[in-house]
Every structure is written in C-alpha cells, then in structure tokens.
Design a protein around this ligand. Sequence first.
Ligand SMILES: [Zn+2]
Length: 378
Amino acid sequence: MIELLFLLLPVAAAYGYVMGKNSAKNLAHEQNRKITSEYSKGLKFLLDREEDQGLEHLIQLLEVSADSVEHYLTLATLFRKRGELDRAIKIHELLIEQPSLDTELVKSCRLELAQDYVMAGLLDSAESNLVVLVKAGFEDAREPIIQLYSQTRDWEKGINMYEAYSDLFIDKNSCAAIANFYCEAALESDDLLLLDKATKLAHQAIRPLYELGLDAYTRQDNVKAIYYWRKLLSEYPQISPLIINDLQTCYKSLNIALEYYELIEELLPISGVTIKIKHCQGLVEAGETAAAIEFLTDSLKREPSIRGFSYLLQLLSTKNTKIQDVLNEIDHLVTSYIATKPDYQCHKCGFTSHKLYWLCPSCKTWESVVPNRGLDGY
Ligand SMILES: [Zn+2]
C-alpha cells in the first residue's frame, strides 16, 4: 500500500505544471480541479484499502501527466518484484490504453506487460502481446518471443514468425535460435527439408551442419558426412571434439586416411588438446612414437592439459616397459579425475554438464554450451 503513494509524485508534478501556467489561468484552474478531484478519489480508495479502484483513479491522471509514465512503470516493477503480478498487469494494461502516450512508450509498456504474463504463467497472453510488438518491428521483443517459443517448444510458430518477419531476426543469437527451431522441427517430424532450410542460417549457427553430417553418418553416407562436417569445422573449429572421432571413421571407411591427417594438420594451430592427441596418434601409427612424445611434452609445457598428460603417460608406458605398471596406475588415477570434470560449459552463464545441451538449461541461450577448454577440457 505504501508503494501506491508513489503515485503522489506524478500528481505533484502535474499539479505544479498546471499551477505554473499563468497565461491560461482558467484552464489551469479547471485541470487542477479535475486532478485534485481524481486524486482525492484515488487516495480515498487507497485509504479504504480498495486498491484496485484507487489505482484506476490515479492512472486516469495520466491524461494530464503523460510525462510521469516512468513513475507508474517503476511502481509496476516494484509490484512484479514482490510477486503481485495482478497489480503489475493492471498498471501495464491501463498504461497501454492511454491515448495520450507516445507509441514507443506504449510498446515498452506492452513488452513489460508480456513479461508480467510470462511470470504469471499466462503464456498465451504473453505471446499475443509479443506478436503485436514483432509485427510492429520492435527489436526488444525479439529475445522474449524466442525465449517463449523455446520454452513452449512451439517450433512451427517460431519458424512462421521468422519467415514472416525475417528482417527483424538478423542478429547472431536470433539466427542461432531460429536455426535450432528448424532442427528441432526436422527431428520431430523427420522432415529433412527443414534441415536444408536451416542451412541458410548455417554461417550463424552450428547445429544445421552438425545434424546434416550426423544424418549422413548414420546412413553411412561418409562422403556427405565429411562434406557437412568439414564445412562446419571451417567455421567452428572449437566444435571438433564433438565430431572428430566419427569424422575419422568416415575417412577410414573411404580409405583416405591421408586426407584425414591433412585435416588434423589444418586444425592443429586453432584447436585444443583433442586435435593434438589425434596428431600424436598419427605419428604413432607412422612409427614415430618418440616424435609424438616430444611434440606432446613441448605442447604441455606451453599449454598444460590433464587429457594431454594422460595420453603422454600412455605413450611413455609403451616406451618404458620396466615402469609400465606404475605409469598405467598413474594414468588410471588421472582418467578417474577427468571423469569427474564437466565436458561442456556455457560460455554465457558458466553452466557446466557432462551432456551437450543445444539450449542452455540455465540461461536459455541457444548454442552457448560448448566443449570445455582449459586445463580439464578438450
Ligand atoms: Zn547458459
């Protein structure tokens, strides 16, 4: 109730403004009388604890005090924070009905109203308000509507919205989200044409090429799998730990191991320890274990890595048969340690997990969860 007295501020401002207009005394007097009357009614309702009517009367004063919308928005935010969503909704609904309000302000109020509805679990009402804003080209509505469709898993609606208003969804985050909407819809319906549509957004997103490659790999179409995944790695080399084993299988099946190691050479300067280990495996296969040990030792001095250390122990054990058991035991301990560490981390909120999530469960961002890097990572 105390918060409702916030509304005194705009009323006081309006009162001062009206009183200052000496050149139109009669008009000012009339407006002042109106304000005072409405304000008194509003205050009386509030004092009688009839807060809804009190709010309505005070909101009516906006017609003569449109500059004070900020105060009402602050009050609504306060109600929302206290969980009094019905009151926040009431204020925002009344504000967007004010004919005196600037169109941009009405859009901001509508966005706030949509957020009230989301918090209240009234997702249909939230959606209808956000759709109005998207149709009006209001950029601030972009993220909330993507989050809404991500939450409701309404991929088709999200795709239709994107196809109708694609000019609004051109930033990287939106493109990644829409690309994932296409992928989710494709996987649910088995409609691979949707994956093709998603590739239009491929330079902005990881998943379309990943899924296309995986689909080809599952069908043992190794040529296509290599085509899609190499294209993916040229844009996103950080994703290599996710696909490099399967990619290696594709090359081996086609008897083109040389091309595989050419790819490893390409990735070496821009990738983490996984690719370094693959490079060492190539050296070992070529009978150059000593060179592999030297390469890895040198690399670990510059960039320490637990996985790299584990592989080095394995290489050393093949070369030192006398202490093989000891080295294997140490490697076993190191491997057990690695198993306790998360495989993936969200670069936006820090969420970690052993499983890959395309939509971060914590911050609800698409494609922000990637293979972990650093000392314990890949
Ligand atoms: Zn996150």
